[in-house]
Design a protein around this ligand. Structure first.
Ligand SMILES: NC(=O)c1ccc[n+]([C@@H]2O[C@H](COP(=O)([O-])OP(=O)(O)OC[C@H]3O[C@@H](n4cnc5c(N)ncnc54)[C@H](OP(=O)(O)O)[C@@H]3O)[C@@H](O)[C@H]2O)c1
Length: 287
């Protein structure tokens, strides 16, 4: 059985991956902070990495650790570089097994999405730049790597603290009006869908650059409307706004999203529809 170390294991995707992967692999969950019975692995700390590699001898490292707050990356570029670029290099030093790096559609400028793996990159935020630099470093320096680009990952379980779906559902349940951008386009992706893909990537030792996103391309506003319908909530509480109204520090790609034909044919899979994913989330919460 393969041993898989997951970094950033307590983040949104880490929690879902743990549940999925532990059915097929020996999974070691690691996090930046020390919790009871946890393995501490700060990817900026080479001593943590050396200890984890020596203790567990992983066949696979799944790197989910990242500075993911896009505005914070713009504010603190040094910290973003240290985690999102140098952290990847640290993890690859003294490791020659299968390295899986989560990347993002933010490597694109969002002028002409959705994008495939051959489309030209042009990040417009520092977050996007760091993720692209990590991709390029891996392409040039680490042949046994998978780069999996994802976009607008969401989840909502009884244990979820914060997520877009939870925010929409909880706000509408409380009769609270919300403003949602109608000019950012993606294919929102359930953590369960991408965990399933990562499982297959590990099982089949898939190497190279791949996109994954669920089936439907939509604006964030339309996504919120769909959430309201599935959860039987009042869609009139959702107001469409433009991204420029938010005055965010970092620029966002607007017409984005990821085409998935390459991974579909490589793995023989069909992406889930967003509606089906939301229905499953709804049904799981009602159990
Ligand atoms: N969410 C999306 O829509 C999306 C889209 C495309 C790609 N991705 C990529 O998918 C991956 C997982 O994202 P996610 O949604 O699960 O993000 P997340 O919930 O923010 O999880 C990231 C995790 O990394 C941890 N971390 C930060 N710095 C670290 C360090 N120095 N060492 C070890 N762990 C560290 C964070 O811990 P703290 O919370 O304690 O800082 C957090 O638990 C990331 O690579 C992200 O870039 C995400």
């Amino acid at each position: 059985m393969k041993t898989v170390i997951i970094t950033g294991g307590y983040g949104q995707l880490g929690v879902a991956c743990k549940e999925h992967l532990k059915k097929s692999f020996n999974v070691i969950i690691t996090g930046k902070n020390i919790f009871e019975q946890d393995v501490k692995l700060d990817i900026t700390d080479r001593k943590d990495i050396a200890k984890a590699y020596s203790d567990f001898k992983p066949d696979v490292v799944l790197n989910l650790a990242a500075m993911t707050n896009v505005d914070e990356c713009e504010r603190d570029k040094i910290a973003a570089n240290k985690i999102n670029i140098e952290g990847v290099k640290n993890l690859c030093k003294n490791f020659s097994g299968h390295f899986i790096q989560l990347s993002t559609d933010y490597v694109f400028d969002g002028l002409s999405g959705p994008y495939n793996e051959l489309d030209e990159v042009n990040p417009i935020s520092h977050y996007g730049k760091t993720k692209l630099e990590a991709e390029n470093w891996l392409k040039n320096n680490y042949s046994n790597a998978t780069i999996l680009r994802a976009n607008v990952i969401y989840s909502y379980t009884k244990r979820t603290k914060a997520s877009f779906v939870k925010w929409v559902v909880d706000s509408l349940k409380n009769n609270k009006e919300i403003n949602v951008v109608n000019d950012q386009w993606n294919n929102p992706t359930w953590t369960e869908s991408i965990s399933f893909i990562i499982n297959k990537v590990i099982d089949n030792s898939i190497i190279g650059l791949y996109n994954y996103g669920d089936k439907d391309f939509m604006s964030r506003y339309d996504f919120a409307i769909l959430i309201s319908k599935i959860f039987n909530l009042d869609e009139n509480l959702i107001n469409p706004i433009n991204t420029s109204n938010l005055n965010q520090i970092a620029e966002r790609p607007l017409k984005s999203g990821l085409k998935t034909e390459k991974i579909e044919s490589r793995l023989g899979i069909v992406p889930n529809s967003v509606e089906n994913c939301l229905r499953k989330i709804h049904d799981n919460l009602s159990k």
